[in-house]
Design a binder for this molecule. Structure first.
Ligand code: HDE
Length: 718
């Protein structure tokens, strides 16, 4: 048995090898049928005469059409829209004090990973920029078997018990009578459910914040959400919360932008991930853990098993223990991104579950869903799902079985097969569940420690900057403003008033309503028929939680000053100053950012020195929402551009979205909304102007301003 263990010196290659085995490359190959017969004509079916009917005999036509007819598999019920990439994970130093998980021991080992990001509610073809939680699933192909960390970009979840998941998803999906709206929560059924389930309030705050409209999948945090366990060699347990921290910082777009991007490029996130990997800008995250000794389980005002709560980083700091780099795009979307099967129950020795009732339900759901999606219990044999660890058991047969099990023994215990495959002792890597002591009655109930639905919602709201608060208020005005049922709006205002009075009042103002004086008690709906209503009365437990900077994207800007991979639109026309473009390009290249030349037409334009400049996008194709900043170089083009409606719109939109705008001449702004402050040293409003041709500081100021990303002082107070 021992000699079975493969050596994985470079395990990243190991998975690559594994996938290669199944890869097919048709370069220099004949076209064949699925049976290997060379095809002579793939353009005409077999007919009785050139104008006659097709023949049933045409096995080539039938094979091709039959395969085509069955190309689709059911999309995921949730998280249908996703994009993924390969890469590796590397731990910084051994975590053996806390866990015996093999991939968390040796800093020299690169564990291959496949990571899929997704939206939750939309169908497979829906827009990337929907207001939604993003899935963040990582499959680690470890030497001890696959470990899946199936998390989200928000650290908490809507509901506390898995039994409510189908209700939540039915409510958020397009309404069943008319299948509207697509990939949107702004409709009655969603808010009807939410308004009757106060436990959703904390997650609602996150979903109404800009976290739900990321600038890029590469600029999102990730969270394991549930509390898990680390188990070390001595069988000691620590609670652990998982975090992914993006190297590029956590960034979002504005809601107005998100909606426009959805129209301009509904693959915005997918394309951004794909292109940055193709261009060698490999996205990177650090894995962080919050570790809590078992003895501290009851030390907090909330229950560690309650997935609607987070552990504030100020109470338990996040320790960064390793990094994940995504460095290879999939070869085939269907084979990899679509067929990958994640499961929170794919764990390795050293990691274990807690009794979080949401997690417990998930442990059932994910295998079950693969059976209907991928169609067979053999989904683990699909190359992307295959473990790189040796795999032997007595499971047999089933649809599309690939493995050819030899011998006559498919049971355990056996003597005819020499007792193989053997069970592994714990010292040999055998998995054994943490032997937590449980002594309780069987009940269909919820712990009273789960009944504080508002403290952390308030904590989240209070921890935001005023800009972020305004965005939350406006998101709620938008979502609730789309409702047709007044009672739902009123119930929501009642719930919001328990989070923060100012929040509720401002949302009410936007809706043209008043916050109800005595809010309806929604918990009367969201509990069992025989439940003790008193016990379920939502409680607001504490005010002691100080605002947490880690919860605000704008306060928590670790490492986010970088402008690497950011895109600048350079607006040009004939006669543009070539030297100015070159200087900007050199500076952007140095920072890892890039520019696109946007001009009235495709092809080329002539610069002021007579040279030709290749145009990347015409005004018809480009839009400011697809860029992070705008630059209008000088030269003869300024006069022409300053009166062009497309250019005025471009600049106005970038201005509205608080982006950096740089220009060589202030005339370009004459017909726009941009208010130019003539103190050129002052770029607090994100408008960077060149003083004169010799202004060497201009490019530097532009780059520095880009590092601030947005200039929120341009936004009007609510
Ligand atoms: Fe999932 N979830 N989920 N979920 N989930 C699925 O599995 C489910 C939950 C998450 O990129 C499904 O293969 C239940 C929390 C991600 O392929 C399904 C409950 C979190 C993905 C399913 C939850 C998640 C899924 C659909 C409540 C964050 C995409 C297709 C008990 C920690 C994985 C599939 C990918 C996918 C069930 C709640 C994250 C139906 C029953 C909480 C990132 O099995």
């Amino acid at each position: 048995m021992k000699n079975e263990k493969k050596k994985f010196d470079d395990s990243e290659n190991q998975k690559q090898q594994d996938l290669k085995f199944n890869k097919s490359d048709a370069t220099n190959q004949f076209m064949t049928t699925d049976q290997g017969l060379k095809i002579n004509d793939d353009n005409n079916s077999l007919k009785v005469g050139e104008r006659g009917p097709s023949l049933l005999e045409d096995f080539i036509l039938r094979e091709k059409i039959t395969h085509f007819d069955h190309e689709r598999i059911p999309e995921r019920i949730v998280h249908a829209r996703g994009s993924a990439a390969h890469g590796y994970f590397q731990v910084y130093e051994s975590m053996e004090k806390y866990t015996k998980a093999g991939f968390l021991q040796d800093p020299s080992i690169k564990t291959p990973v496949f990571t899929r990001f997704s939206t939750v509610a939309g169908f497979r073809g829906s827009t990337d920029l929907a207001r939604d939680i993003r899935g963040f699933s990582v499959k680690f192909y470890t030497e001890q078997g696959n470990y899946d960390l199936v998390g989200n970009n928000v650290p908490v979840f809507f509901i506390q018990d898995a039994i409510k998941f189908p209700d939540l998803i039915h409510a958020v999906k397009p309404e069943p009578n008319n299948e509207m709206p697509q990939a949107a929560s702004a409709h009655d059924t969603f808010w009807d459910f939410i308004s009757l389930m106060p436990e959703t309030m904390h997650t609602i705050m996150w979903v109404m914040s800009d976290r739900a409209i990321p600038r890029s999948l590469r600029m999102m945090e990730g969270f394991g959400v549930h509390t898990f366990r680390f188990i070390n060699k001595k069988n000691e347990s620590h609670f652990v919360k998982f975090h992914w921290k993006p190297k590029l910082g956590t960034h979002a777009v504005l809601w107005d932008e998100a909606q426009k991007i959805s129209g301009k490029n509904s693959d915005f996130h997918r394309q951004d991930l794909w292109e940055s990997i193709e261009n060698g800008h490999f996205p990177e995250w650090e894995l962080g853990v919050q570790i809590i000794p078992d003895a501290d389980e009851h030390k907090f005002d909330f229950d560690l098993l309650d997935p609607t709560k987070l552990v504030p980083e100020e109470l338990v700091p996040v320790t960064l223990i390793g990094k994940m780099v995504l460095n290879r795009n999939p070869d085939n979307f269907f084979a990899e991104t679509e067929q990958v099967a994640f499961h929170p129950g794919h764990i390795v020795p050293g990691i274990d579950f807690t009794n979080d009732p949401l997690l417990q339900g998930r442990l059932f759901s994910y295998t079950d869903t693969q059976l209907s999606r991928l169609g067979s219990p053999n989904f683990h044999e699909i190359p992307i799902n295959k473990t790189i660890a040796p795999m032997h058991n007595n499971q047999r047969d089933g649809h599309m079985r690939q493995e050819i099990n030899v011998g006559r023994v498919s049971y355990h215990p056996n003597s005819l097969g020499g007792g193989c495959p053997f069970q592994a002792k714990i010292e040999e890597g055998g998995f054994s569940s943490f032997n937590e002591r449980i002594d309780a009655q069987k009940v269909r109930d919820r712990s009273e420690s789960f009944s504080d639905h508002f403290s952390q919602a308030t904590l989240f709201f209070k921890s935001q900057t005023q800009t972020e608060k305004n965005h939350i208020i406006n998101a709620l005005r938008f979502e609730l403003g789309k409702l047709e049922t007044l009672a739902i709006q009123n119930r929501m205002l009642g719930l919001l008033s328990q989070i923060d009075a100012d929040l509720a009042n401002k949302v009410a103002e936007g809706l043209g309503l008043k916050v109800p004086k005595s809010p309806e008690k929604p918990m009367n709906h969201g509990i069992g028929a025989n439940a003790d209503k008193q016990k379920y009365e939502p409680k607001k437990v504490t005010n002691h939680m100080k605002p947490s900077d880690a919860l605000s994207m704008l306060k928590n800007k670790t490492l986010s000053k970088t402008i690497a991979t950011r895109q600048v639109a350079v607006i040009c026309s004939e006669g543009v100053d070539r030297a100015a473009i070159n200087a900007m390009k050199a500076a952007l290249d140095k920072e890892g950012a890039s520019m696109k030349i946007v001009a009235p037409h495709l092809g080329t334009i002539k610069a002021n020195d007579g040279s030709e400049i290749k145009v990347d996008q015409s005004f018809l194709i480009a839009a400011s929402v697809l860029f992070d900043a705008v630059y209008i170089p000088g030269g003869k083009n300024i006069g022409f551009l300053s009166s062009k409606p497309e250019v005025i719109e471009f600049i106005n939109e970038a201005y509205k979205h608080c982006k950096v705008i740089g220009a060589d001449a202030s005339e370009i702004f004459s017909e726009t909304n941009v208010k130019v402050q003539f103190d050129i040293k002052d770029v607090t409003d994100g408008i960077v102007l060149k003083a004169n041709e010799a202004d060497k500081a201009f490019v530097k100021s532009f780059i520095e301003a880009m590092g601030q990303h947005r200039f929120w002082n341009r936004e009007k107070a609510l």
